[in-house]
Design a protein around this ligand. Structure first.
Ligand code: ATR
Length: 270
């Protein structure tokens, strides 16, 4: 396997740890590198990977949209999410997909196997790139209703328009009032991340059975998750989304669908 992750900056990416772990576990020879490509060099950088016989690559910030213009084919999932995070190179052609929705859904399914998405009401905080993949994933799973809220309400309205499904947009100021009858609360904003302000939300009205998921994983236990846990709500951390989104990429390049293990999770969190 000859693969890597492209982005700018890229030094802090966890993807090399994940893919190198699976290469070792499955006895696959090759390499998975962090490849820094500045936005103005994207086209040449990708051409170089093709000429070097790469099997494919992951794409992270800031190239997830721009890579789409360089792909020969983009599958329906990536088209609907509006971003490509995984490319397979075959006969010199680029095939783009997006595994973020899979990662989000699999994290919840493996952490909370009794949670059935059907007929559920979900509150999604944030309307950026991550929210886009998450909305796609939730709708695919057949949820009953999504309430979307974002500091900039226009962004949430634009995002909701992209999807067919029961999505209601409500003002950010109302976020705490909506918690009473939801089944799942997801933070997709960058709030709570190291170096960012905490997510300010009063959980006083939160349905005691609601599942709470933060996609932030640094720190692993955000204020949101700590508060939810103190109330006795089931919680799911964000690290699983990162680990699970990597699985279909590895499978695209090797034909092997790898597992997320406790050992891998510990290595990534170190
Ligand atoms: P990503 O691709 O990781 O989702 P993004 O596209 O930059 O990142 O989105 C960041 C999200 O965090 C957005 O929903 C953003 O809200 P705006 O659309 O109003 O910018 C949200 N966010 C970032 N800082 C915030 C803050 N201080 N208060 C509320 N929301 C914030």
């Amino acid at each position: 396997m000859k693969a890597g992750v492209t982005g700018h900056p890229i030094a802090h990416s966890k993807s090399p740890i994940i893919h190198q772990y699976w290469m070792k576990a499955h006895n696959i020879k090759g390499s998975y590198k962090a490849i820094d490509i500045a936005p103005e060099n994207l086209k040449d950088g990708i051409k170089h990977l093709i000429s070097e016989n790469y099997d494919g690559f992951n794409i992270t910030i800031p190239h997830k949209q721009n890579i789409m213009g360089l792909c020969d084919e983009i599958d329906e999932t990536a088209q609907l999410i509006g971003a490509v995070n995984t490319v397979r190179i075959y006969n010199g052609k680029l095939f783009g997909t997006n595994t973020d929705a899979f990662g989000f859904i699999q994290n919840i399914k493996t952490s909370q196997s009794s949670f059935d998405f059907k007929n559920k009401k979900i509150l999604v905080l944030g309307a950026g790139g991550a929210a886009r993949a998450i909305l796609y994933g939730l709708l695919q799973e057949g949820v009953a209703e999504i309430i979307l809220t974002n500091r900039t309400i226009e962004t949430a309205k634009e995002l909701a328009k992209n999807f067919q499904g029961n999505i209601t947009v409500t003002p950010w100021e109302k976020r705490a009032d909506l918690l009473g009858d939801i089944d799942l609360l997801v933070n997709t904003t960058s709030l709570g991340m190291q170096g960012k302000p905490p997510l300010d939300i009063d959980l006083g009205k939160l349905n005691p059975n609601a599942l709470v998921n933060d996609i932030v994983y640094a720190p692993l236990m955000t204020d949101l998750l700590n508060h939810a846990q103190m109330r006795g709500n089931p919680i799911i951390t964000g690290i699983g989304m990162l680990l699970h989104q990597a699985r279909p990429a590895f499978a695209a390049w090797t034909g092997i669908m790898p597992d997320v293990t406790a050992e891998l999770e510990a290595m990534v969190l170190k």
